[in-house]
Design a binder for this molecule. Structure first.
Ligand code: TYM
Length: 337
């Protein structure tokens, strides 16, 4: 390849979202919001990671429905199937195949250090299965199969992307350059949206307390109610500060929803209290999510269209993934089929 073609080659972006529950405002602000703008400049591949979702028990019909819902939400959040490759992980067998090979290049100790494994295994103590433990290897395979340069994620996934880098580096060291080294791409604001009820913890779709998270599909009344009930602190000023996790979180959310800076938000609410601020955050989020919810609902009525998107996406992804997998199989010494 000449230097010129190397320069012209678009960088590759890969990311994934689990269909293990309804998507939250955290998923949107931390990750999906950033997917759309990237597709103008990069070669973008976005996956609905259904194989990751079964590391905790899922109801089959619900998993199927939510997988399509995440795909519809990708499109509703601005992803254009003509610009980005959108597909479902289980439709591209190379993910599972590479995961096996890479699991032989990943250390038990490395996986034991993953904080998400520690969290999830304590939460699902009755089902600490091997998949939950090796989950980051499957995630590394997702990323490395597409020779990914950048991985847009929230901060909770940074450790997994770093592990993918370590695995890539180890493999490249043994077999010469095989994988591109991926970089995490983490937004400055919104990388960790916190629970509305326990603002020292991240907003999570698996939280038992329904008031702790905002779903992208929540109706306006529910959104308003949840923000009105959001936990703040005994201070009354709308200002960021230490020990003000709840207010810091609401300021970030309001800033992202309105396109203002946190300083502008503080200035806007100078002299006003939480009684004014919390409903204002609610209203801003209602308006932010309204078009996404409406578009998702419309897309879910058109299963034929969604099917055409994920089939075409899988065909493109399969082609790319196969190329990397063939290279890996050759390098480790498997006989060509
Ligand atoms: P998942 O499905 O838990 O979350 C999807 C994306 O949303 C981000 N996120 C948040 N960001 C800010 N604040 C929050 N409260 C919040 N909660 C979630 C996550 O960081 C993520 O970017 N393992 C991944 C899915 C995955 C993946 C991949 C991602 C599988 N393979 C390859 C990137 C590349 C996960 O469980 O994300």
């Amino acid at each position: 390849m000449s230097e010129n073609t190397i320069e012209q080659k678009k960088k590759t972006i890969f990311s994934g979202v689990q269909p293990s529950g309804k998507l939250t405002l955290g998923n949107y602000l931390g990750a999906i919001r950033n997917f759309g703008p990237l597709q103008e400049e990069y070669n973008c591949i976005y996956c609905v990671v259904d194989m990751h979702a079964i590391t905790v028990r899922q109801d089959p019909a619900t998993l199927r429905r939510q997988t399509l819902e995440v795909l519809a939400q990708y499109i509703a959040c601005g992803l254009d199937p003509d610009k980005s490759t959108l597909f479902i992980q289980s439709h591209v067998p190379a993910h599972a195949e590479l995961a096996w090979v890479l699991s032989c290049y990943t250390m038990f100790g490395e996986l034991s250090r993953m904080t998400q494994f520690k969290d999830k295994s304590s939460k699902h103590a009755d089902n600490v299965n091997a998949g939950l433990f090796t989950y980051p290897v499957l995630m590394a395979s997702d990323i490395l199969l597409y020779q990914t340069d950048m991985v847009p994620v929230g901060v909770d996934q940074k450790q997994h992307v770093e592990l993918a880098r370590n695995i890539a580096q180890r493999f490249n060291g043994v077999y010469s350059d095989t994988f591109v080294m991926p970089e995490p791409y983490i937004p400055q604001t919104g990388a960790k949206i916190m629970s509305l009820q326990e603002p020292s913890r991240k907003m999570s779709k698996s939280d038992e307390n329904q008031n702790s998270f905002i779903l992208l599909m929540d109706k306006p009344d529910d959104i308003m109610r949840k923000f009105r009930r959001a936990v703040t602190d005994s201070d009354t000023r709308v200002a960021r500060g230490e020990g003000k996790d709840g207010v810091n979180n609401l300021i970030s959310i309001y800033a992202l929803a309105t396109g203002k800076t946190p300083e502008q938000v503080e200035a806007e609410f100078e002299g006003k209290g939480y009684g004014d601020f919390k409903p204002a955050v609610g209203e801003a989020v209602v308006e932010l999510l309204r078009p996404i919810r409406e578009k998702t609902e419309a897309l879910l009525q058109d299963k034929g269209y969604l099917e055409s998107v994920y089939k075409e996406g899988a065909a493109k992804a399969n082609y790319l993934a196969r190329k990397t997998l063939d290279k890996v199989y050759r390098k480790v010494g498997f006989v060509k089929r």
